[in-house]
Design a protein around this ligand. Structure first.
Ligand code: BV8
Ligand code: ZN
Length: 263
């Protein structure tokens, strides 16, 4: 009976898929930022550990107790502010820049930490083309959005959560500001979602790094690549619901695996 391919064989197959691919979509989740010090959501010590998503990352939670929700996001914003892109973020940013003519790479992230954006700026610093910024399907924690007029502003670094009436308000209409992220039960930006699914449906490879593949509709993006005969390559230390569907699944962390995979 043929033995199952060992990790080296799987990695060399994955490298061959990526090298031959004309169109690549990369989907990342919280795991790609774990080695930068950003806590994941569902892992040990994860963000959701002490709380349930429904408690904090929903419009109902914000309507019920905006002070508590802001307290959680202000803490997360301060954690992210102390984190830098890691070697996986940088390798993915360089992939988007360094591709051969007539190839394309689109980075789609579920993360709201902005680290792919920083990595795109760093990678483009020593290259001509403009940075290849990611599609942030769940928004960005460092931006504020008015809950009344939807005006977006650079996120305030200090949020006074001592009482509800001291929470930040919109300079234009006085509405309560909120973090500019997509909460559970909220729709994702239709244009961003269409661009992500359209690219995934035409991709030769969808590289999925560091996601538990349980949050929809983002978790369906790799399925669009599979549906059109493309290959899905997963990088994750753990098995996920995507693993049995993936063409190749590499057991490893983002920093251990992605730079080597992308050469
Ligand atoms: C919506 C922003 C329409 C806020 C987040 C089917 C279709 C549509 C909707 C649904 C559906 N089924 C269910 C739903 C509802 C819901 C949903 O998916 N629920 C799940 C939990 C079952 N979806 C929604 O509500 C979405 N809205 O579809 O609108 C609609 C409208 C009304 C009614 C119904 C539908 C909105 C979803 C977006 C929610 N917002 N975040 C914030 O961040 O505070 S989601 C949140 O989870 C984060 O954004 C995060 O990115 C995302 C996914 O989590 P992961 O990134 O995967 O992180 P996680 O910790 O889970 O996993 C980390 C992984 O990394 C692990 O696998 C681990 O092994 C691995 N790892 C760890 N260390 C490393 C590593 N990997 C590599 N290297 C390492 N070092
Ligand atoms: Zn406003």
């Amino acid at each position: 009976m043929a033995s199952s391919p060992d990790a080296n064989e799987i990695e060399s197959r994955a490298r061959a898929h990526i090298a031959a691919a004309r169109r690549i979509v990369v989907l990342t989740g919280a795991g790609v930022s774990a080695e930068s010090g950003v806590p994941t959501f569902r892992g040990p010590g994860g963000l959701w550990r002490s709380r349930r998503p429904e408690e904090l990352a929903t419009p109902e939670a914000f309507a019920r107790d905006p002070r508590l929700v802001w307290e959680w996001y202000a803490w997360r914003r301060s954690v992210v502010a102390g984190c830098a892109p890691n070697a996986a973020h940088l390798a993915l940013a360089r992939l988007a820049l360094a591709r051969r003519p007539h190839t394309s790479t689109l980075l789609v992230t579920q993360n709201v930490d902005g680290l792919h954006h920083c990595a795109a700026d760093l990678a483009a610093r020593d290259a001509d083309p403009a940075p290849a910024y990611p599609l942030e399907v769940h928004g960005a924690i460092h931006r504020d959005r008015c809950s009344r007029c939807a005006r977006r502003t650079q996120g305030l670094s200090a949020i006074d959560t001592t009482s509800e009436d001291r929470l930040p308000r919109c300079e234009s209409c006085g509405g309560l500001l909120r973090p500019d992220v997509v909460w559970f039960g909220e729709s994702l930006d239709a244009d961003i979602l269409e661009e992500a699914f359209d690219a995934a449906s035409r991709a030769d490879v969808c590289l999925v790094v560091g996601t538990s593949a349980v949050v929809y509709p983002a978790a369906a993006i790799p399925e669009a690549t599979l549906a059109r005969g493309g290959a899905v390559i997963e990088v994750n230390p753990d098995v996920t619901p995507l693993t049995p569907r993936a063409t190749l699944s590499l057991r490893g962390t983002a920093v251990e695996t992605v730079p080597a995979l992308l050469g």
